[in-house]
Design a protein around this ligand. Structure first.
Ligand code: HEM
Ligand code: NAG
Ligand code: NAG
Ligand code: NAG
Ligand code: NAG
Length: 282
């Protein structure tokens, strides 16, 4: 089973990335979805009508990912965050955020792999995704490190305020906009502070740096860097009223298109001196 499974999975990834290259090209020639028509008909959020936001309740399962928690808070994923199938997550993140089908297959399949579950048959609870150093890692922008906050679903309000206050861009109406340079600077600062304060902090592997930059880059792509929207998503894990994905490509955000933002952000991450001293909880 082991070897067959590994070979199958490798072939699957070759298939996903060839498919992704094709979709990236098609996205370049096909017109974007019109504004107001990004969320597909028949899915929650169509026409800007998101299901009611109900904050998490005691006993609900939540995780370190604000985007997935927001889906549960709106009942797009089960509100209790439990018994979610990987295939269901694939279809729902695609309809909600307009990621390409390649991304929406690759990521849940990757998650199934590290949870040692079957992508096609099994289910998971949101909290399962927080397996430390699988995807979840220290030095992220919206969560204190595990050493300070073992519950990685806990929203780190001061970190998020720092992140959203220190932005340099402006949109056409003069509203604050996060730029790739801002995101690189914030990641650099977080890594420096984590290294300085967290006795268990280990320098991030290249994979974790890339994933970290990828997760953070959704703020620039899917959320268009709009600080007002990010405030709602990161602090309340709530989709803004009448929100839709800022990515309007016909087939959604492919790896081909996403990677250029991710690498730009990652390239800008530098060694900087730490800012905070001591335990961030005190
Ligand atoms: C199957 C899909 C997904 C999985 C398994 C997943 C998993 C995760 C995990 C484990 C983290 C925490 C990483 C860390 O420790 O820093 C995270 C963070 C994050 N994710 Fe997701 N995620 C998924 C989809 C998405 C989507 C669709 C979006 C955006 C629309 C998104 C946006 C974010 C953001 C903004 C962060 C915070 C990044 C940071 O703190 O630097 N995720 N995700
Ligand atoms: C989980 O969901 C499946 C359907 O997707 C259902 O058959 C099963 O009973 C559920 N299990 C629990 C423990 O709720
Ligand atoms: C977040 O990072 C994980 C791995 O750490 C990756 O599988 C996933 O694609 C990333 N999510 C996004 C939206 O970039
Ligand atoms: C704010 O961002 C700028 C670059 O956009 C960076 O130079 C500066 O160090 C950041 N300040 C803090 C406190 O993170
Ligand atoms: C995008 O980046 C991921 C993660 O580093 C990599 O596996 C993939 O091959 C890249 N895809 C493209 C189309 O550049």
């Amino acid at each position: 089973m082991g070897i067959v499974h590994k070979v199958t999975n490798t072939l699957l990834n070759v298939y996903i990335f060839s498919w992704d290259a094709l979709l990236s090209l098609l996205n370049l020639v096909l017109p974007n979805k019109p504004i107001g028509k990004v969320t597909p008909k028949g899915h929650p959020g169509f026409g800007g009508e998101w299901p009611e936001y109900v904050p998490r309740k005691e006993g609900d399962s939540r995780c370190s990912c604000p985007a997935l928690n927001a889906m549960a808070n709106h009942g797009i994923l089960p509100h209790d965050g439990r018994n979610i199938s990987f295939t269901e997550m694939n279809h729902k993140i695609r309809a909600t955020y307009n990621f390409a089908p390649t991304f929406c297959l690759f990521v849940p399949n990757y998650a199934a792999e590290y949870l040692k579950k079957s992508y096609s048959k099994d289910t998971f609870d949101l909290q399962d995704l927080d397996l430390h150093n699988a995807i979840e890692h220290d030095g992220s922008l919206v969560r204190e490190d595990v050493y300070f906050s073992p519950d990685q679903s806990k929203i780190a309000v001061p970190l998020i305020e720092d992140l959203l206050t220190n932005v340099s861009g402006k949109d056409a109406n003069g509203k604050p906009l996060m730029t790739p340079e801002d995101l690189s600077a914030s990641l650099s600062q977080r890594y420096a502070d984590a290294k300085d304060t967290n006795p268990e902090f280990k320098p991030l592997s290249l994979a974790h740096k890339t994933f970290g930059a990828a997760n953070a880059s959704t703020m620039l792509t899917i959320f268009g860097g709009r600080v007002e929207d990010l405030r709602s998503v990161l602090l309340y894990e709530r989709l803004p009223e009448r929100w839709e994905s800022r990515v309007r490509s016909h087939f959604g955000l492919t790896f081909g298109a996403f990677n250029s933002t991710v690498f730009k952000v990652k390239r800008g991450v530098k060694e900087v001196p730490p800012k905070v001293k001591g335990n961030p909880d005190t």
